[in-house]
Design a protein around this ligand. Structure first.
Ligand code: SF4
Length: 444
């Protein structure tokens, strides 16, 4: 038996908040068709007080209004809110009428208002006859930064969702955003993006350099700036960059605190991302009250992960850091005599002991800039510190002429740390600045 179609007064129809489409697109063609032949396909509506809420057919309704129609053919249903959204989503997804962000928002909302029917992505997959991984890609756009969301689509200057998801998954956030913006502006095809991502990732594996910063670090203003340890490589390479800062104390690298920055809302972190607090100095000069501010700040943003790092990890001992904080220390070598020549920071053997003493579960070690070391001792230290991750990298300014190990020695260290089941993230990996000369001298 056919469904009963009623001609309803167009003025009694109203739009629905359950329509996932935010943009109705160009209606000119549809208006013309309606003017010539009216509407064949009825709208689906439900009763809402003294009006009829349009569940399916808002484009036809808006076009008919513009075409001067007085009534519209409608089928009346008594659907629940969840059913309305579900039917509307199915209709639009089948017709490919939704933008990726409309589709993801609609699906998320459906899971929210019908949690029993759609408790998981698998349940959504069954509804749309898609596998779980497709639904996961569809939903991934929700967590992307705004500038990425805006570039996903099929128009010029946009890229497809699958490619964007792949890039976001494989590259550090800042780098991924840059990559996506570039790919979108060049109108690269899916295949070209895939190829370019592959080339980039190969380069990372080859050089070990995904980015100058920690690969998982999310940009975050430093509360603590300055340091008195005068490491040779910092004085000649990093500190001159601070001269461009507007703050006089930053320019002089005098230890100081930017208390105003405690009001900054940090970006979200996902997966293994973290907010790196100490990239402009060493936090060890901070007084107890400031440490308490910092800990309160980290607790307040408990859904983010923070990395707090120092060359004097004893400064962490007096405090109780929450679990969303990773505490780190730089240990460039185990040989105190090398460090003594280039830094006033506590010696590596002291840093090691202070890291072992640390009463905090989440730890990190950075071996950067790597200096000549004894493999056995380094491995023993790392085992005892038991960090969740170790970063390894050479000085990015070989002109500092540090006492560097050979590339092969560094690679061996990386392999051995990995064997301990500890994640190693490579930064700049290259031959020692004097490796060729050393080889030359040896062969003579
Ligand atoms: S401890 Fe860190 S911030 Fe201080 S001088 Fe050395 S490298 Fe620079």
């Amino acid at each position: 038996m056919g469904e009963q179609i009623r001609d309803l007064d167009i003025n009694k129809l109203t739009t629905s908040k359950y329509n996932p489409r935010l943009e109705l697109g160009d209606l000119a063609g549809m208006i013309e068709t309606i003017k010539r032949g009216g509407i064949d396909e009825p709208l689906i509506v439900r009763k809402k007080k003294d009006k009829w809420e349009i569940i399916i057919g808002e484009r036809r309704y808006q076009s008919a209004k513009k075409a001067g129609q007085k009534t519209l053919p409608c089928i009346v249903r008594s659907w629940t809110d969840g059913e309305c959204l579900k039917k509307s989503l199915i209709e639009n997804i089948v017709k490919k009428d939704l933008t990726p962000i409309e589709r993801a928002s609609g699906l998320k909302y459906l899971m929210k208002i019908s949690p029993e029917e759609f408790p998981s992505q698998r349940a959504l997959g069954e509804l749309f006859k898609k596998d779980e991984s497709t639904i996961s890609v569809w939903l991934s756009i929700i967590d992307f930064p705004r500038e990425v969301q805006e570039r996903i689509g099929t128009q010029r200057g946009q890229i497809d969702l699958e490619s964007a998801t792949k890039v976001m998954k494989n590259l550090p956030k800042v780098r991924a955003i840059r990559f996506i913006k570039k790919a979108a502006s060049k109108n690269l095809s899916q295949e070209a993006i895939s190829q370019s991502l592959k080339l980039y990732l190969n380069k990372v594996v080859r050089t070990g350099r995904p980015d100058k910063m920690y690969d998982k670090a999310v940009p975050f203003p430093s509360f603590f700036v300055g340091c008195k340890y005068n490491c040779k490589y910092c004085v000649s390479s990093f500190q001159p960059l601070m001269k461009r800062r507007p703050c006089e104390l930053c320019k002089s690298y005098e230890p100081h605190i930017h208390y105003d920055r405690f009001w900054t809302k940090p970006s979200k972190t996902t997966g293994k991302d973290f907010l790196f607090q100490c990239d402009c100095g060493d936090i060890s000069f901070a007084d107890p009250l400031t440490f308490h501010y910092l800990i309160t700040y980290c607790r307040f943003y408990g859904d983010r992960t923070f990395l707090i790092q120092s060359k004097n990890p004893a400064c962490f001992h007096k405090y109780n850091f929450p679990d969303n904080v990773i505490l780190g220390a730089t240990i460039e070598t185990n040989r105190d005599e090398i460090t003594k020549k280039i830094s006033k920071a506590p010696l590596p053997s002291i840093r090691f002991k202070d890291m072992v003493k640390l009463d905090h579960r989440r730890r990190m070690i950075t071996i950067e800039p790597i200096l000549k070391f004894d493999l056995k001792v380094m491995l023993d230290w790392i085992k005892k510190i038991n960090p969740e991750v170790v970063y390894v990298g050479y000085d990015s300014h070989p002109k500092n002429k540090l006492d560097e190990p050979t590339e092969a020695e560094t690679k061996r260290l990386i392999a051995e740390i990995s064997k301990l089941g500890i994640e190693v993230r490579k930064k700049l990996i290259r031959p020692a600045w004097d490796e060729k000369t050393r080889g030359y001298l040896k062969t003579r």
